[in-house]
Design a protein around this ligand. Structure first.
Ligand code: GLV
Length: 311
């Protein structure tokens, strides 16, 4: 069995897979082209086109991340090879930490203290009751549900939204277009953890951003395409003409890396992080990768992704 890996820390993944599957030949995408060919499995994250194009007998592709948008857009992706993706695999916890940081940033007025510090202003801000700080999570897949539960356990009222109905302990789950409007009208922070698909593109557009209460904040660790960036900038306004939103913590953008001159870099109420909210943690993810390969080999049914749905 031959497995070819492509991810930032490929050699560490290679060592872990070799240990777990001693009978397999495990190569990184840096191996010579004639050795990389005829792989049974690709375990990849943001792989170059040629790696997909040069394969002819793949049994499965394992996406070493939660979002399959990049993979599905890669030219040369065979249409007849089943694709599986990591489901949570330690990313839920990383994402929950990132989102909790973002919620606390606004809830505990860290944005205001950062600005007060510019003028050495000593002015405590009121701390509202947590019950007065509802948080909305858009997207209740494996990661979104984990984040929603985590925030609920931290004491915040949590509203969750997904296209179809879901149930999560401690979370008020809404769905459909009406459910989305209902959620937006109530939350102090809205968090986007949806996949990038034709149905979610620009889901937070000008009209929906306008439904958020005055002073609400936006946290996006999901995908850049979920938010209309110009509409977000308009809703944030500027120092002379403040908009109705208070600020944003953004990890993902329509174009990555975020172009140097982009207005989001300069906006005083925006924090930009470089798509690092939940990097795939090898130790948690490796067991899932191994169980996928074993299941493929045993001919077991696997929860593959749907290229049409985009997740
Ligand atoms: C990261 O962006 C992922 O999809 O896992």
């Amino acid at each position: 069995m031959k497995i070819v890996i492509h991810i930032d820390d490929s050699t560490q993944w290679q060592a872990a897979l070799e240990k777990a599957l001693p009978q397999a030949t495990v190569l990184t995408s840096d191996a010579p082209a004639d050795e990389r060919k005829n792989a049974d499995y690709l375990a990849i994250w943001k792989a170059p086109e040629h790696l997909l194009q040069e394969q002819s007998q793949l049994k499965g592709i394992i996406n070493l991340g939660a979002g399959v948008d990049y993979l599905l857009k890669t030219p040369g992706l065979p249409s007849d090879v089943p694709i599986v993706k990591l489901r949570d695999a330690g990313m839920g916890e990383l994402m929950a930490d990132y989102v909790l940081y973002g919620v606390l940033h606004f809830y505990r007025s860290m944005d205001r203290y950062a600005s007060q510090q510019q003028s050495a202003t000593w002015k405590p801000q009121a701390v509202p009751e947590k019950t007065q700080w509802p948080v909305g999570i858009l997207g209740l897949g494996a990661i979104g549900s984990f984040v929603a539960s985590h925030l609920s356990q931290a004491g915040f009222p949590v509203l969750g939204w997904s296209r179809s109905p879901k149930e999560i302990n401690g979370v008020r789950c809404l769905h459909g277009d009406e459910g989305l409007d209902e959620l937006l009208a109530q939350v102090q922070s809205v968090v986007t953890i949806l996949p990038d698909t034709a149905a979610t593109e620009g889901i937070l557009n000008a009209e929906r951003l306008a439904k958020l209460p005055i002073g609400a904040s936006v946290i996006n660790p999901g995908r850049g395409s979920l938010i209309d960036e110009q509409a977000l900038l308009d809703a944030l306004g500027d120092t002379k003409n403040p908009g109705h939103l208070r600020g944003a913590l953004l990890d993902v953008f329509c174009e990555e890396p975020l172009p140097t001159g982009h207005l989001l870099w300069q906006h005083p109420n925006v924090i930009v992080t470089p798509h690092m909210a939940a990097p795939t943690p090898l130790n948690d993810a490796i067991d899932q990768v191994i169980s996928y390969i074993k299941a493929f080999e045993a001919g077991e049914a696997l929860a593959t992704i749907s290229p049409e749905a985009g997740y």
